[in-house]
Design a protein around this ligand. Sequence first.
Ligand SMILES: *Cc1c(COP(=O)(O)O)cnc(C)c1O
Length: 221
Amino acid sequence: MENIKENLKKIKAELDKGVLLLAVTKTRTPEEINTAIDEGVTDIGENKVQEITDKYDRVKPVRWHMIGHLQTNKVKYIIDKVHMIHSVDSMKIAKEIDKRAAAKGLIMDILIQVNPASEKSKFGISTGETENLIKEILECCKNIRIRGLMCVVPFAEDPEEIRGYFAQVKKQYDQYGKISHERLDFKYLSMGMTHDYKVAVEEGSNLVRIGTAIFGERVYN
Ligand SMILES: *Cc1c(COP(=O)(O)O)cnc(C)c1O
């Protein structure tokens, strides 16, 4: 627990004021998460619905973010728990989020997940299809507000190799942010994880998703 505090202090000292730190808490216990919250963490990210519902009541007040792939049949479990969904990459999931948000009488903030390297193994909409998806969501989904873009880029030993992907997504972010619509209000460019967040911020990220550098290596069982 001491490490969590020290790690957070170090990361926060390094990050610019304008960059939001999202602590990625998958596999972590409520106790570990609460330690991070006590140290000033305001936003946490999970990639599984089950982990959000399991931990929700045992974690101190904080903004929850869904950052992982979301199945349509599970949206209903988190719609009134999360502050923002980062992983919207299809009309199918957008329509379900819209329907569930409407049923609860709320407007859901989302990010469009893009896949700049067009990796088959990764989720996210390809660069050529992004603008169409944004326009379709704006047309059809009255209970969704689009707040920006999110991406996960390929792992590279040397983060310099993936700098170009971040630059490409920043370009898209600037372009789509100009679309004038009452339900589009770009504020977040969510890119960068433990091994690449410094390069991501240099290329314009203002929301970094960091797990390992805060909590240590993850153990899956
Ligand atoms: C796990 C995860 C992270 C954090 O990864 P670390 O390497 O532990 O910082 C960021 N984004 C997403 C989508 C993740 O699933």
